[in-house]
Write a new protein. Sequence first.
Length: 232
Amino acid sequence: MFILKEMPRQISPELVQMLERVETATVGHVQHSGFVNPAIRAVIPERRVAGTAVTLRIPGPDSTLLHYVVPLLRAGDFLVVERCDDTRHACWGGVLANVAKSIKLAGVVIDGPATDFSEIRRCEVPVWCRGPSPITTKVLGLEGAFNVPVSVGGVTVMPGDAVLADESGVLVLGVEDVERVSRLALDMQDAELVMLDRLARGDRLPDITGATSVVEAWLARLVAPLTGTTGN
């Protein structure tokens, strides 16, 4: 059986552009949820992209619905594919990379393998997956679901969610959280530039981060009982 739902509303270009300035690792300093399993890695590590989640669930050997919905994808969409725990069959390869390039797809996240990495890189289509596999899916007409909630790398992704991905990993955010998280992360990134400048001028890292005061306070508490008087 096939399930097809309507396309989600795309996130505004202004929010996408703001999010694309954010490093996933910066968000990881203050947030633990929304990050997909780090086993899902970038095929093109140098890229950082963001877009609107368009979701797909397809079973192990069958890519019928993927082929059907690709013409429905829009520039700026981020295709998120649940593979139903299949780690053997690659549903994405060189042909689909060329199609994705032609429609200016923001990126693809697959909870499973892909193939034709060199062609994916040549097309410069950002893909995150669980590694390569030479065994591909087929048009078998079994089943699939389009624009339904999916589970990818341990994260539930809703159609219309924001997806941010770079060399460090993939982050999924509700649209309502994009501006808040982006502004917080960008402020942190600005602060990091200040820290790097201080380090270049000779300041010590633990003095900047506060680690020095924390450890020295702990040492002072440890030594105090040894140097105290008993009153006798």
